[in-house]
Design a protein around this ligand. Structure first.
Ligand SMILES: [Zn+2]
Length: 396
């Protein structure tokens, strides 16, 4: 395998991360942040230039005295991200600053198994390569999958909705294929990293990212880093019990949050409302299809359908109920609601907010914004790139 350039010491790692997060920066400003003398800084930057990770680019405006040179990450740096969901696959290429240069996504059933889904992701990457977006080597690839992951081994472990993926060596397989370092994490975790890098959580060290997609999960960020727990299942909140008497869940228990709400539960309840005559609007949308989707509920609610609005409110209430407990326990600085079902928008958000603010302790919610993600479909891929860039920009 080709060796990808890595920083040789912590100073170089700090410089690379700073240039990633802040873009082009003058030598004077870099020196202020890393507390290096002008000559020591010059030595470290020269080494990074020699590694092909950094380049110098003209002179900054004078701060009085000699004008300081501008430094930036090498424009040829490339990271790749695969965001594999239960029903979709997204592939993106970013530059060193993690700006998305190209992004393709399509519907894809994760139940096809690891080989088929990863092959499809590689084909999509091939398309981006054909567009000339990857001029040289790929410096690293970050992959998110919709299930529990052994982060250390780079593979899914007993993932409930991913038949054929259990202990499949994703990191090794893709690393061999692309000849670069690869890291694999849970899809909710990479989404949280995306919010940390480019979303409203950019300036918040401790926050929760609640993803409401087909299922429901939570990314836990502590002091600017993902908290994964002992076995990688931290934040698996979809199976917290809301009610002993509740509906049967895919996990075999009853009354889990996910059995009440999320894309799958919403599709089930909306289809039922259409069939029972409770919602003529949903019945109209159903037509002769086998079932409705969360998006149909969104459309019907926007058109004023009372049954759809009620389904969203009830869902928001259940999410809020679990979130209120999490907020009291964790005392986050921000909660971001994301995922396909978050497209239900303001009705959902208002219900979640009202339950959390009513039920959590005032000290925990006094300054707590609960917001919708602003990154639309890109949080996962930006987070995948962020994950692997953190690794690449760490001393080897
Ligand atoms: Zn469950």
């Amino acid at each position: 395998m080709r060796m990808t350039a890595r920083p040789q010491n912590p100073h170089q790692a700090t410089l690379l991360r700073l240039l990633r997060d802040e873009g082009s920066t003058s030598r004077a400003e870099l020196g202020d942040v890393v507390h290096l003398s002008r000559s020591k800084l010059a030595v470290e930057l020269e080494k990074l230039v020699a590694l092909g990770l950094v380049e110098t680019a003209g002179l900054a405006a004078s701060r009085g005295g000699r004008r300081s040179g501008i430094v930036r990450l090498a424009p040829s740096l490339r990271f790749v991200a695969f965001d594999i969901g239960a029903t979709s696959v997204d592939v993106a290429v970013t530059n060193g600053e993690l700006e998305v240069l190209g992004h393709v996504g399509e519907e894809c059933d994760v139940r096809q198994g690891a080989t088929a889904v990863l092959e499809r992701a590689l084909e999509l990457l091939g398309k981006l390569r054909q567009e000339g977006l990857i001029p040289g080597p790929v410096h690293g690839t970050g992959i998110g999958v919709p299930g529990p992951v052994s982060f250390r081994e780079g593979m899914p472990v007993v993932p409930p909705i991913m038949p054929g993926w259990d202990r499949f060596p994703v990191r090794e397989a893709i690393g061999q294929e692309l000849g670069c370092p690869v890291l694999v994490d849970n899809d909710v975790n990479i989404m949280a990293l995306g919010e940390l890098h480019a979303g409203p959580a950019r300036s918040v060290a401790d926050f929760l990212l609640v993803k409401i997609g087909t299922g429901i999960g939570c990314g836990v960020v502590v002091d600017g880093a993902i908290y994964r727990g002992v076995s990688g299942s931290a934040g698996d909140i979809g199976h917290i019990r809301v009610d002993d008497e509740g509906p049967l869940c895919v996990c075999g228990n009853t009354g889990c949050l996910e059995a009440y709400f999320g894309g799958a539960a919403l599709a089930r309840d909306a289809t039922e409302a259409a069939r029972s005559g409770a919602s003529p609007a949903l019945a109209g949308l159903l037509g002769d299809r086998p079932s409705l989707t969360a998006q149909d509920v969104s459309i019907a609610a926007a058109g004023g359908d009372a049954a759809s609005v009620r389904l969203i409110r009830e869902g928001g209430r259940h999410v809020g109920q679990v979130l209120a407990g999490l907020v009291s326990f964790f005392n986050p600085g921000l909660v971001v609601i994301a995922g396909g079902v978050a497209g239900l928008g303001h009705t959902l958000l208002a219900e979640i907010r009202s339950v959390v603010y009513r039920r959590s302790l005032p000290l925990a919610t006094g300054n707590l914004p609960i917001v919708l993600s602003e990154l639309a479909g890109t949080a996962g891929v930006i987070g995948g790139a962020r994950l692997i860039s953190d690794h690449t920009f760490t001393p080897a």
